[in-house]
Design a protein around this ligand. Structure first.
Ligand SMILES: Cc1cc2nc3c(=O)[nH]c(=O)nc-3n(C[C@H](O)[C@H](O)[C@H](O)COP(=O)(O)O)c2cc1C
Length: 305
């Protein structure tokens, strides 16, 4: 049975059942779309990483409710374009998105964001190539777009780019007992996000908040770490957006003290970890990712725990 007719698009027809569970796409003879689709199929057959990415996005989209096949097809377009661009070797610095991609359509954001979230896995091996200054600035500026309690913005970023500063950083934490994987140490950018508790105690003592006793017992959770963590995640996502990889790793207590001393960190600023960012290189450990992600059912408790 014909389920969809798109005469404007190479006479496309979508046929389904009734007695078979397939989607049969028919195009006019010799149209470029069939070549593109076959090329895409062959690429996925030979490229496990993109196959997995495409399957993941399709599964995710299939779990949503769509009011039309067309809506679903449009949502798929971003991942297909990204894979095709990479496959053809044309994935350079991202061009700005067309206006239609910058606003929510039918209350949903386009799938490109979804792709970025899925691609954000920790990278633990880097090439040494330096990053363009505007890329570094964008990463840091996006970190500074973090939401923050009372708009306190009580975070700071120690940024290490010069080879000698980075070498000193790795030496400092190695001497303090943290053994980095050599593949990680090539990263051309290190950002240490620091949380400033004092800034929050001050901010919440202001008249519109009113906790003028600065009693730490009032805080249900330490917002200074939350906000600094938000900033770190924004920087990791920006790295993905710039076709880079990033790693967030924690520092043991002794290494925290050593970094403070070596880089003149003020006493009221606390490093929450370190971001290593750069062009991904092959290899590197997978860290704790072997544990696999918990299913949504294990994580989500709807209505009541
Ligand atoms: C607070 C925090 C500390 C982490 N510390 C380390 C670390 O010291 N070394 C490391 O290799 N990865 C570290 N990670 C990365 C996690 O291992 C990683 O996020 C997790 O295995 C899931 O993998 P994915 O981020 O690639 O999805 C840390 C992540 C967080 C959020």
């Amino acid at each position: 049975m014909v389920r969809l007719r798109e005469p404007h698009w190479f006479q496309h027809r979508l046929l389904k059942g009734p007695d078979t569970d397939i989607n049969l796409h028919v195009f006019s003879a010799g149209c470029p779309e069939t070549d593109r689709m076959l090329w895409f199929r062959d690429w996925l057959r030979s490229n496990a990483r993109d196959r997995e990415l495409y399957a993941g996005v399709k599964q995710e989209l299939a779990g949503r409710n769509w009011s039309s096949v067309q809506q679903y097809a449009e949502a798929k377009t971003a991942v297909i374009s990204a894979i095709l661009a990479r496959a053809h070797g044309t994935a350079g610095p991202r061009r700005s998105l067309p206006a239609s991609h910058r606003t929510p359509r039918d209350g949903r954001w386009p799938v490109e964001f979804q792709l970025m979230v899925r691609k954000r896995r920790m990278v633990r091996a880097f090439r040494e190539d330096p990053l363009a200054p505007e890329v570094v600035t964008r990463i840091l500026a996006n970190g500074n777009r973090a939401p923050s309690a009372g708009f306190t913005q009580g975070y700071g970023f120690l940024v290490l780019e010069a080879a000698e500063d980075r070498a000193r950083f790795w030496q400092t934490i190695t001497a303090a007992g943290h053994r980095p994987d050599p593949a990680e140490t090539a990263a051309p950018l290190l950002v240490v996000p620091l949380a400033c508790k004092a800034a929050y105690l001050e901010r919440y003592a202001e008249p519109d908040k009113g906790w003028s006793d600065r009693d730490e017992g009032r805080w249900p959770v330490p917002y200074w770490y939350i906000d600094t963590g938000f900033a770190a995640l924004l920087m990791l996502l920006t790295a993905v957006d710039q076709e880079l990889g990033g790693l967030f790793f924690g520092l043991p207590l002794k290494a925290v003290a050593a970094v403070r001393a070596a880089f003149g960190v003020p006493a009221d600023h606390e490093p929450i970890g370190v971001l290593a960012i750069g062009h991904p290189a092959p290899g590197g450990s997978t860290g704790s990712a072997w544990r696999g992600r918990r299913s949504l059912n294990e994580v989500v408790h709807r209505g009541h725990w």
